[in-house]
Design a protein around this ligand. Structure first.
Ligand code: BJW
Ligand code: ZN
Length: 275
């Protein structure tokens, strides 16, 4: 747990700033039960990014190990739909509600910020709750029940290529606008980030006077540039992470602890400074 002193410094930086933005990564959802990507118990220990982090890799994995692709898909969906926001997400939602922060820029696809009550969420790597037409780009929301059913069918799918294709065919829907095929609106390596969302996130990074950076290794671009943009425009960077990251070098205050320990304490401290 970070010292009270650091939390006090962070709180006074935030209380003195006009426009505050929060930037989050997988670490904020770790205490909800969603593993992070990197590290010894990260997703990539079991599903390496060379195969599971990009579309050509996934296509190859599908040919070589269709059963593993099936497991990757259903484990990801099942884990996410069965998790709830933790006190870290809740503190961020409360900070927006009481007017402390203006938006959350997240690299996560899990929808937990929205579930906690955050309204302005910029999901720069997409969302598992959105499908996108491959042809015209039209986005459609999918609900938890649909995803639960998809996970159930994937779990029961045969581990052969044919079995998996049959299951995926049964789950695929056509775009209401142009009839094109839809895919999950999540961003893999080598793919562009959603330009409309990223441009608003970039504006937020340019405008903010303080950025709260929570639970990210800061290794994936262009998202990892956002704290740098904020820093170069004189914003105070406050990092919440139990570990050091490349973004630590930018931080005016580094709060070493987990999101669900630090963020509620920080909210309490900001409230006592402001009100
Ligand atoms: C806690 C905690 C607790 C733990 N509380 N904290 C060479 C140089 C620079 C860039 C490139 C390059 N070669 C290629 C690129 C571009 C590439 C990139 O950045 N690669 C780098 C890895 C080198 N980027 C892209 O490809 C992006 N697109 C793009 O650039 O488009 C232009 C382009 C087009 C065509 C060709 C080339 C470029 C797209 C990036 C998409 C990222 N997608 C993923 C998911 C992949 C799917 C999958 O495998 O499931 O998004 S990757 C993964 O990393 C995921 C995350 O959103 C992202 C960031 O990870 P995050 O959130 O930081 O998590 P972790 O696990 O890394 O860290 C967790 C942190 O939490 C740690 O610090 C812990 O300490 C901490 N923590 N518990 C608080 N309780
Ligand atoms: Zn379409």
């Amino acid at each position: 747990m970070a010292s009270g002193g650091s939390i006090r410094t962070a709180a006074s930086l935030i209380a003195g700033a006009k426009h505050i933005v929060c930037f989050t990564g997988a670490g904020i959802s770790a205490e909800s039960g969603i593993p992070t990507f990197r590290g010894t118990s990260g997703i990539w220990e079991k599903y390496p990014p060379s195969l599971f982090g990009n579309i050509p890799g996934l296509a190859l994995a599908f040919l070589l190990f269709p059963g593993k692709v099936r497991n990757f898909a259903f484990e990801a969906i099942e884990t996410i739909v069965n998790t709830k926001p933790n006190p870290g997400h809740e503190a961020i939602a409360e900070m927006e509600k009481v007017g402390i922060i203006s938006s959350v820029i997240t690299q996560n696809i899990d929808g937990l910020h929205e579930a906690a009550g955050s309204k302005k969420v910029l999901s720069v790597h997409g969302s598992i709750y959105v499908f996108r037409c491959r042809r015209c780009g039209e986005r459609t929301d999918v609900d938890k029940e649909w995803l639960r059913e998809a996970a159930r069918r994937l779990r029961l799918a045969r581990s052969s290529r044919f079995g998996l294709i049959q299951t995926l065919k049964g789950l695929s829907t056509k775009c209401e606008k142009c009839g094109g095929l839809k895919r999950p609106d999540v961003v893999f390596f080598g793919e562009s980030l959603p330009a409309d969302v990223f441009s608003v996130a970039y504006e937020e990074a340019l405008k903010c006077n303080a950025m709260l950076v929570v639970g990210t290794s800061g290794l994936v671009y262009p998202a990892a540039n956002l704290p740098l943009v904020a820093y170069k425009h004189q914003a105070a960077i406050i990092e919440v992470n139990p570990e050091n990251s490349p973004l630590s070098a930018l931080a005016a205050v580094r709060l070493r602890g987990t999101a669900s320990e630090i963020l509620p304490a920080l909210l309490k401290e900001i409230s006592s400074v402001l009100w």
